[in-house]
Design a protein around this ligand. Structure first.
Ligand code: PHE
Length: 441
């Protein structure tokens, strides 16, 4: 018999576990920091409701209806859409390949914060420490392999015994940790400036088109829509689970998590004179420096990096489940073999990213180091493209009555609004983002 989630809570927590990840903490804080804070947050929230929520519901409906892997989900909706399933499964492998590398860095920082080597590194400055670490050949690969192995063990354990069990205890714990970190950061003298930065919009930012593109990309990345994860997780969802309730809880939970993480990070950055627009290095260079100078920093640092590592792990698990489910269904492999195959592929695909500041430092794609280029391509091209395919398939190709019944929205007007959003505004916005990302407009 096909495995199913044990409880709706288990399903919601596993899905929040997928949504909450590096995206909410590392990526949200650096993108919000670069994009002007409050105004970015306002635009982000609009996109989350307008695009994120309808797509999340669409992925759930598609996945539960299909009752198998992502390829089956698309072909059940419309046989001609089978290829979209393969594309999204390949996309999940690509995301996972570089996501694992960054998660590996976090694991390294966690180990350093626990053992204390992170503090002795301060003598040369964290910029140099980080640069030395990622310029290494062996070390980033080692940490990449380590965290990937943990994710593989969880996925090999199965939907209930592996994935659901991990998220059932880890996600509530992470929620407590992030709230405690925020409460602590808010007590730092000068924290108010950080709160204002995140919550009070600077109106001039609304005139910057790049902020809108960044906000859509971030919404996709953080919610984890457009990459078949929600489709795959929904395929293990029982008939009795309510899709709209789950989707709203997940979208709300993910967004709240990002805001609270922002309330932990920006007050600390402002209180200790860091630069909120430091970019991707915010978590790896700016924050350690802040921890060093902060009261109780030696406690806060390991707690923070544990939060980041654990959040990354639950997202990795969800991304890995996508190709594993495909291998189980399409290649008739057992779950363990499927996990080995998918994990091995992810490792190999991730090597260029892991080595992109070391052995392969001279190789650039579109003028950027490999990892940065992949991150860019994923958030502004691959995820919007995945979202576009889901919106078009559910909105236009699938049988309308069937998807509306599956999505189970509380009334007919909402169902009409949902289908209309998927048909017109969502695809239009995504096409604009895509064209802009490839430089056509
Ligand atoms: N949502 C995850 C995060 O915020 C990343 C992710 C992307 C997970 C795409 C699944 C699919 O880090």
């Amino acid at each position: 018999m096909r495995e199913e989630w044990r409880t709706q809570t288990g399903f919601v927590l596993a899905t929040i576990g997928s949504a909450v990840g590096l995206g909410n903490i590392w990526r949200f804080s650096y993108v919000a920091g670069e994009s002007g804070g409050g105004a970015f947050l306002a635009i982000y929230l609009v996109f989350v409701v307008l695009i994120g929520l309808p797509l999340m519901i669409a992925e759930f409906a598609l996945g539960r209806r299909g009752g198998g892997d992502v390829v089956q989900a698309f072909s059940a909706a419309s046989p001609r859409w089978r290829g979209a399933g393969w594309l999204l499964a390949a996309g999940a492998l690509v995301i996972l390949s570089y996501y694992t590398v960054i998660a590996g860095w976090v694991l390294k920082y966690l180990a350093g914060a626990l053992s204390g080597t992170l503090w002795t590194a301060a003598q040369t400055g964290y910029g140099a420490y980080f640069a030395r670490f990622i310029a290494n050949t062996g070390e980033p690969v080692l940490w990449q392999a380590a965290i990937l192995l943990i994710a593989m063990l969880v996925v090999a354990g199965g939907v209930r015994r592996g994935i659901e069990r991990l998220n059932m205890w880890l996600m509530p714990l992470l929620a407590v940790i992030v709230v405690l970190l925020a409460l602590f950061a808010l007590t730092l003298p000068g924290a108010g400036a950080g709160v204002r930065f995140l919550l009070a919009p600077d109106w001039s930012v609304f005139a910057r088109p790049d902020v809108y593109v960044a906000a859509i990309g971030q919404a996709f990345f953080s919610l984890g829509v457009g990459m078949a994860v929600m489709i795959t997780y929904a395929s293990y969802m029982g008939r009795q689970f309510r899709i709209p309730v789950s989707a709203t809880a997940i979208v709300g939970g993910d967004t709240l998590f990002a805001v609270v993480a922002g309330l932990a990070i920006f007050p600390a950055v402002f209180a200790l004179g860091g630069n909120p627009a430091a970019g991707p290095e915010l978590a790896f260079i700016t924050l350690p420096q802040i921890f060093l100078n902060m009261p109780f920093g030696s406690v806060v640092a390991p707690v923070f990096f544990f939060l980041l590592a654990a959040a990354a792990l639950t997202s990795m698990v969800s991304l890995l489940e996508v190709p594993v489910a495909v291998a189980v269904h399409r290649l008739a492999l057992g779950r363990r073999r499927a996990t080995l195959l998918a994990g091995g592929l992810v490792f190999l695909l991730g090597l260029p990213s892991a080595l992109s500041y070391g052995l392969l430092a001279d190789v650039t794609l579109a003028g950027q180091p490999i990892l940065d280029a992949v991150d860019r391509a994923v958030s502004s091209m691959l995820l919007p493209l995945g979202g576009l395919l889901v919106a078009l398939c559910v909105g236009w190709a699938a049988n309308r009555a069937v998807v509306v019944a599956e999505a189970d929205l509380p009334d007919a007007a909402l169902a009409r609004l949902w289908v209309w959003l998927l048909r017109v505004p969502v695809p239009l916005l995504l096409v604009v983002v895509f064209l802009r990302a490839v430089g056509a407009i």
